[in-house]
Ligand binder design. Sequence first.
Ligand code: NDP
Length: 475
Amino acid sequence: MADKILEFVHTSTGKQIAAALGLPVPPMLKRAKAGYAEKSLANSNALVGASAFGPVASAVVKALDSMGASIKVSADLAGLDGIKQAAAKAKVDVSISQADNGVPENVYVLDVTAAANVADLRLLYDFFNPRLRKVPSNSRIVVIGRPRGDCKDALAETAQSSLPGFIRSLAKESGKNGTTANLIQVKTGAENGIEGALRFFLSPHSAFVTGQVLPVVGAPKGVKVAAFSEKPLTGKLAVVTGAARGIGAAIAEVLAREGATVIGVDRPADESTLGATMSSIGGIACPLDITDADAGKKLAAVAAGKGGKIDIIVHNAGITRDKMMRNMAAHLWDMVLDVNLGAIVRCNDQLLAGDAFGANARIVCISSIGGIAGNAGQTNYAATKSAVIGYVDAMAKQLEGKGISINAIAPGFIETQMTAAIPVVTREVARRLSSLSQGGLPVDIAEAVTFMASPLAAGVNGATLRVCGQNLVGA
Ligand code: NDP
């Protein structure tokens, strides 16, 4: 499902016409062409600041160094001392920024976890204001703060509460050239989860994620945050529902790219498409209706037949049956509730009861920004997608003691058969009403799911991450 306007304005004729008519040109996003690489920032200059020396500044310096970034500071740089101390302690080199000499940074990381009052927020201005006129296209901005309930007093909590508003606005200002800006809220003691989150947000794997807040709360009981390794899903058995086509097929492909063996599930009527998708990635096709009363038990049996337990399950299969509430037949309500919600709950319950999850298993559910903003004609769909957000939050607390994590991804407008069916004017408006002025691709959801399914997100639990280019709908 191609975005013809985006393609056209990036041709030489299209560029001239857009310039002559003063039309906005949606940026061409740089997406990942391969899996996660250890030295993912080998060609990047990263400008870094911190409100104080501490565990977060240290974790940031070590993470950027392990990614191969060239860490930059300058004499006038706000937050210099915290970074200098962290770098000295970690024996990591920092060098002087050459941005004023035409070598701009394309990565910006600011640790403001120590901001504890209104005056401390001046650091945000001092760090970003002098830099933002020369940010190259597809740059990455990450601010790191603390989540609600983590601060010593009300004033510190107030200062930290400024950050979501700040980052959402910065993302709206920066998106025109494909730059993203996101906030990591790291809980005190969970600093070892920062590197994984940075690896995602500072890479092309998160090209369509902007204006978002990701809480890093710490790994579940018994789970060690492992050092980064390439192909982090090697040896993992992953189940993906709705894998025959669309977003599910992309998820299966990206999980396989990172080393997982995928069991792809789809309705028996889609067996041949599912078979083709799975054979292209060396996966296992499992024709199964997820609303089957024993779907979870059947999946456990398929995994056991492959000699293993389920390390990852992605509950992606979903349907829409849109009707205004006043006109909706009861069976359309029931069908959507069962596929999008009831089947997920039943399946997880059966897998848990049957001890079918491997150690440190990761569950990822697919929500939707429709579940956050609501849409006329989608009361059934939005109820399920909203429930998924509450489900992962509640289940994270329940599963934490078992070493299992559960998170959700909420896609925005994604170019699939589902959105191709939207009337043309509505579709065009939905596409452009985002900070990146375009819809996402199935691979954008697949990348975010893969992050959540991988050890990179070891410290993330109970979260819902929107992958929507900061669509104004549901903002
Ligand atoms: P598609 O309709 O393209 O694909 C969904 C797949 O799930 C289909 O292969 C479908 O099979 C399968 N499926 C449906 N019901 C069942 C079932 N009972 N058992 C097994 N498989 C089933 O959807 P998308 O790829 O667009 O969406 C994937 C997920 O992303 C969904 O949860 C959707 O709600 C969510 N989402 C999508 C957005 C978008 O813009 N596309 C936006 C927000 C959220 P069949 O074709 O036979 O029905």
